[in-house]
Design a protein. Structure first.
Length: 489
């Protein structure tokens, strides 16, 4: 049977190994496809970006040349009356072109030197003798004029065929400067006489071929793609070798796991036993619900209760008895008495808080709220007197007990991180303690609040007003016994 299971595991492991390799191969192919698609888009973006940068630099250089020509040539010579500056420039005549004409002639010169590049300055308002070549010639130029007239600070460009070759066409507005306004408005041949600073007087267009940029860009991307493909192949190979090595390690680990599992099963059995011991010990210290919160990791546990009933009991004459018997006998007597009290606590569903020396503290109504906590405490107090009477009869002792009870709000929680206890705080707790310390040996003294709850079910004696330390005058009662058929706890 074990051999069959081992063979099945080996077959499953082999199948998983093959599927992993198949998945890695598929992912590699998908990755290559995605990379190629991405590089195609990247190539187009880079080509356009490079062409835009080149065109922007071209335009800037040409505009700077015109600015320099205007400031360093035209302006100084314009004061000489013999110099003829004209828009109708003719190199065969003794004339000097105005800046705009100079820019047009410069563009024509660049285009003649490099026919694949076109530099043009055109406008909706060309001079009469430039009407044929000075206006828009095609859709791009018409669209450029329309767009840049509305958005003079923007750029207008796109990729399209120019002279039967892929090209990048770029256009920007030629803005009228203050030094040129008067010349344009006063020239007799000017087609427009109301020019203002900032008007778009024309469009500067630069068209450049994309063959060289495309070739260089794709060459670099091809190298990058081959590099990435090589790295991917190396990665897949390394991953395959790693998976193979992992398979060997997995077999070794599987054997170790089987061995450790057997050991852990034995250890778990012992841990369960120890856990049960710890749980029992914890439940002897704390209420079950509080213990559960601590095991869940809660470090701060505190709850407020609107109404609980607290009982304090103190053994009268125990100090005298402790001086008369040995420590071992004293401990046995105290253990016997408190064990009987613990049994009553469990019987009535109450919560023992603590013992301090020969004092015993118990509360009803928490950690799980109840409606009959006062009755349960009263029943326990009466039974505690009976248990002590049994103890005295058994051991021929004269020990007595003084009990105090109070009902009211309180706060309960866990304090400390070592040897922690579930404790109770509040004025109601202090008052219950005062009821015990100011009580009568052999009697059960209760406060007004407890009396009002129990008066129809138990027999009381009005003790009257007593002076209570820290509380002043208080009216208290002594619980004497049960009324017939009045109590059902």
């Amino acid at each position: 049977m074990r051999q069959l299971i081992s063979r099945s595991r080996a077959a499953i492991s082999q199948l998983i190994y093959k599927r992993i390799l198949l998945a890695v191969t598929i992912l590699f192919c998908v990755g290559v496809g995605v990379a190629m698609a991405h590089m195609s888009r990247l190539s187009s973006t880079l080509i356009e970006s490079q062409a835009l940068q080149n065109a922007t630099l071209y335009a800037q250089a040409i505009k700077e040349a015109r600015t320099l020509y205007s400031s360093d040539v035209v302006n100084p010579l314009n004061t000489a009356k013999t110099i003829n500056f004209t828009h109708d420039y003719n190199p065969t005549k003794v004339t000097v072109p105005v800046p705009a004409t100079f820019l047009i002639e410069l563009g024509n010169h660049i285009t003649q030197k490099n026919p694949e590049v076109s530099v043009r300055l055109y406008s909706d308002y060309p001079f009469p003798w430039r009407r044929k070549e000075g206006g828009a010639r095609d859709d791009f130029e018409r669209q450029a004029i329309t767009y840049l007239m509305k958005n003079p600070t923007e750029k207008f460009f796109r990729r399209e065929d120019f002279r039967s070759k892929p090209a990048f066409r770029y256009a920007e507005a030629d803005i009228l400067t203050p030094s040129c306004v008067n010349c344009h408005n006063t020239n007799s041949f000017s087609p427009k006489k109301d020019w203002k600073v900032g008007d778009v007087r024309g469009i500067l267009e630069i068209t450049q071929p994309l063959d060289t940029i495309t070739k260089n860009t794709r060459s670099e991307l091809k190298y990058l793609f081959l590099l990435l493909a090589g790295l991917s192949v190396l990665g897949v190979t390394g991953l395959t070798l790693s998976i193979s090595r992992l398979r060997q390690n997995a077999k070794q680990l599987e054997q170790r796991v089987r061995e450790r599992t057997a050991q852990l099963q034995e250890t778990n059995v012992e841990l369960v036993k120890e856990q049960e011991k710890c749980d029992r010990l914890l439940l002897n210290i704390l209420p079950e619900s509080i213990a559960a919160k601590l095991k869940d990791g809660q470090s701060s546990i505190a709850d407020g209760f609107a109404e609980v009933t607290i009982l304090f009991a103190d053994i009268v004459g125990f100090t005298v008895l402790s001086a008369q018997i040995s420590p071992e006998e004293l401990l046995d007597f105290l253990n016997e008495i408190f064990s009987a009290f613990d049994g009553l606590t469990e019987k009535y569903g109450l919560e023992k808080i603590k013992t301090i020396g020969d004092a015993y503290m118990v509360v009803g109504g928490l950690p799980n709220p109840s409606t009959n906590h006062a009755e349960s405490i009263a029943e326990m107090a009466l039974d505690m007197q009976e248990e002590l009477a049994k103890f005295n009869a058994k051991h021929h002792a004269g020990i007595n007990i003084r009990i105090g009870i109070n009902t009211g709000p309180a706060i309960a929680g866990v304090i400390g991180t070592k040897k922690f206890i579930y404790d109770l705080w509040g004025d109601a707790v202090n008052t219950a303690a005062r009821m015990e310390s100011h009580g009568v040996a052999g009697a059960i003294q209760v406060t007004q609040s407890t009396y009002e709850i129990l008066q129809n079910k138990y027999l009381f004696e009005d003790r009257g007003i007593i002076q209570v330390k820290g509380k002043g005058d208080m009216n208290t009662y002594l619980l004497l016994g049960r009324l017939v058929s009045a109590v059902s706890v």
